[in-house]
Design a protein around this ligand. Sequence first.
Ligand code: GLU
Length: 431
Amino acid sequence: MSLLEAAPAPLVLPHATPLATPLDDARSQLSAAIGVLGYSDGLHSLLATPRREMTVAVPLRRDDGTTRLFTGYRVQHNLSRGPAKGGLRYSPNVTLDEVRALAMWMTWKCALLDVPYGGAKGGVTIDPRQFSQPELERVTRRYTSEILPIIGPEKDIPAPDMGTDERTMAWIMDTYSVNVGYTVPGIVTGKPISLGGSHGRASATSRGVTQMAIAALKHRGIRPEGATAAVQGFGKVGHDAAVFLTDAGVRVVGVSDQYGAVYNAAGLDCERLSAHVAATGRVVGFDGAEPIDGDALLELDVDLLVPAAVEGVLHEGNASRVTAPVIVEGANGPTSPAADLIFAANGQLVVPDILANAGGVIVSYFEWVQGNQAYWWNAAEVEHKLAERMLAAWHQVVDYAAARDLSLRAAATVLAVERVAEAHLLRGLYP
Ligand code: GLU
């Protein structure tokens, strides 16, 4: 039997828009910021180009004895402000260009929230739902050992992203620790609490999204209590965001996942819906709501839309049908630049990903700090510090946007790019 047998073609789900890739979108957002800042072409190219990229083959011995080969990536976009930081994504759609885009957004996110990191992202071209836990463990350990030379608690610190979770982080931590010969909690964040994970990390992104949604609704003169919302994605970010929004008095009338969407004008009972999803793996079929088309969810007549799934879902082809006055990006890169222009022309407020979903990396930073000090904070402390940072960044971005007549995305990107460029220029070029 050959080592690498012919593998069935991986399931490839189409991206929501064929118009532009996430990397096109990320580069075009950077160009717009460079235009405002008036930087030279040389500095622009430096900021647009990943500092370091690694592509690795990840062979898996399957439970049935056959072998499958996946491709893994780790891209470190920028290291000027500190070690690289960013999640690890398991998805059949992962490409090097997608990981490059996600790594660039991490650089801006960390700079905007003033956490002392550069940006990185990793990915493996695997659909985790098609593999057993022991298979995922072997893939994770092999991927980790392949990228071992470029990661470390002071070099590059992975965290969960789509398709990975705290269990994945435990395997990475163990593989790294066994290889260096001692336990290194700071090699990853988003670990289980019993291994040095932080209280509040698992729900941090959704908490931050909710804080930004409440702030944005108020900014628009809409009372959050009784406002209506639609949430695209019912995974790590969307699920808890729907719950926290409901707790804050927002009526979440629609949610979707990759299989479909459900709607109830009176508001969804998130607890019962969660139980249904735990039992069936999807939102459709829930008896407390009617099924609707997944794309139609984005176009519901609601006060707040939270795209919390994948990149590129709001694009030139559907943006003019999206009527929510407030859009809060739980996902990375859900809105294309063309859609941004349409939303701006229609007076809709978009809270950009690098601000809206930064709660995750903020608490990742707290986890890293706690691990470095071997001193743990309680949940209330974490939540308080998270809210403080999110709201401070919100005010900075809103004030900067108002002072320069920019969209929130442009303001957030300009602020972040300026901080990265300043660090780079102060350090100077070597040699
Ligand atoms: N994957 C998350 C993000 O996109 C978190 C990254 C981290 O905590 O390092 O922001």
